[in-house]
Design a protein around this ligand. Structure first.
Ligand SMILES: Cc1ncc(COP(=O)(O)O)c(C=O)c1O
Length: 395
């Protein structure tokens, strides 16, 4: 087995020194070895990809659609389907020929956008707690993520807070990234807040990047809106099929934005991945054109799980800002336990055999909280709640 020469190890890309391996994955791996554990750690839908979507991919493979796609930004049918979906869902028209790009999941979309916008030393604002991969992708470009702790406002960034940061620590920032609905908090931005944030973004002449991967998963009275509805000339919208259609492993995402910036984003995407797998693109066409009811069914299932989890956890003394979207609950650990979320999560895993993720892994404001994913079967959620109840009652 080859061992890298010491002389070479010291000359690899120095930016890697600033990157840490995912604590969420590491924690998940650690608790995975506990026999009988129920894991509510990972944001992975337990539902299956809809049958008609799978059949579309199979048909495409059978038809020998297996060559370099002529259009690197995406197959024309898929670019049209995405454009129509955005028209229907947020009422903003993106030209399929120049304003949309198909990517390998939302993750590669984020990477394309950060590589397009950010130079070493640039600042980008990141409201926290947040999906922690942003930090690593931003640091890979040499840029600096400026965290904005949103805990005091129920995990919603207010326009006043944004302005305050832009006048202080975040002065000169180039962009802000907003996750809506949020992982890990499940919070959804009301339209009026987005409108007011849009005003500040315009005034300070910065880009906004919205990660709307959970857009289809909103519950109760909550409605999903996009910053693009108010500032389509500043906003770069990222989304994909991973969560709404239970297609995490297919790796299908997309970006939509003004054509001047999309030209560059499409270029970067072509450099990095050439194009997205043919049959995956055709499955996505089927999902978006003929599967409009699929996310509605998932939504019903997740919503009833959320109600059950939220009510049960609140009875046990966990507090939370009401989750209205995605499939996560971000709960403050009971007062009698203190505020050490990491120890709490380890003890819960070892003693009660339930895996939850420590809140501090999601950035500032997450300390004292844990994230529970309810993308698990109802039976598993019921059993995990029984175990959490025993654990908390015996504290
Ligand atoms: C906020 C957020 N954005 C992006 C992703 C990644 O999406 P994809 O699997 O399409 O790359 C996730 C996955 O958990 C997420 O939570």
């Amino acid at each position: 087995m080859p061992n890298l020469s010491n002389d070479l190890n010291s000359i690899i890309n120095k930016r890697l020194n600033n990157l840490s391996a995912s604590k969420i994955r590491a924690f998940d791996q650690k608790v995975s070895s506990i026999p009988g554990i129920i894991k509510l750690t990972i944001g992975e839908p337990d539902l299956a990809t809809p049958e008609h979507v799978k059949q579309a991919a199979i048909a495409d493979i059978q038809a020998d659609d297996s060559h370099y796609a002529p259009h690197k930004a995406g197959k024309p049918e898929l670019l049209d389907a995405i454009s129509n979906y955005l028209d229907r869902s947020i009422g903003v028209h993106y030209d399929p020929k120049s304003e949309i790009c198909v990517t390998v999941g939302a993750t590669s979309a984020l990477n394309d956008v950060f590589m397009t916008l950010l130079n070493p030393g640039d600042k980008i604002l990141v409201p926290t707690p947040v999906w922690a991969l942003y930090f690593q992708l931003i640091k890979m470009t040499g840029a600096i993520p400026v965290q904005i702790d949103t805990k005091k406002d129920g995990f919603i960034l207010t326009p006043e807070h944004l302005r305050h940061v832009l006048e202080g620590r975040g002065k000169g920032a180039k962009a802000i990234i907003l996750t809506d609905p949020s992982n890990p908090t499940g919070r959804v931005y009301p339209a009026e807040t987005l409108k007011a944030l849009a005003e500040v973004i315009k005034e300070y002449k910065i880009f906004s990047v919205t990660d709307e991967i959970y857009a289809e998963l909103v519950y109760g009275n909550a409605e999903h809106h996009s910053l693009s509805e108010y500032i389509s000339d500043h906003n770069i919208l990222i989304s994909g099929l991973s969560k709404a259609y239970a297609m995490t492993g297919w790796r299908l995402g997309y970006i939509a934005g003004p054509k001047q910036i999309m030209q560059n984003i499409r270029k970067i995407n072509a450099f990095l991945v050439t194009s997205v797998t043919d049959n995956v693109q055709m499955a996505a066409v089927e999902a978006l054109n003929n599967g409009q009811n699929d996310p509605l069914q998932s939504r019903k299932i997740y919503e009833s799980r959320l109600q059950f989890m939220q009510t049960s956890l609140e009875k046990l003394g966990f507090e939370m800002a009401t989750p209205q979207g995605a499939f996560y609950i971000f709960a403050k650990i009971p007062e009698k336990y203190g505020t050490d979320d990491e120890t709490f999560a380890y003890e819960l895993a070892q003693k009660a055999k339930v895996g939850v993720t420590p809140g501090r892994y999601f950035g500032k404001g997450g300390e004292g909280y844990v994230r529970l994913s309810y993308a698990s079967s109802t039976e598993q959620l019921r059993e995990s709640l029984r175990r959490i109840t025993d654990f908390v009652n015996n504290l």
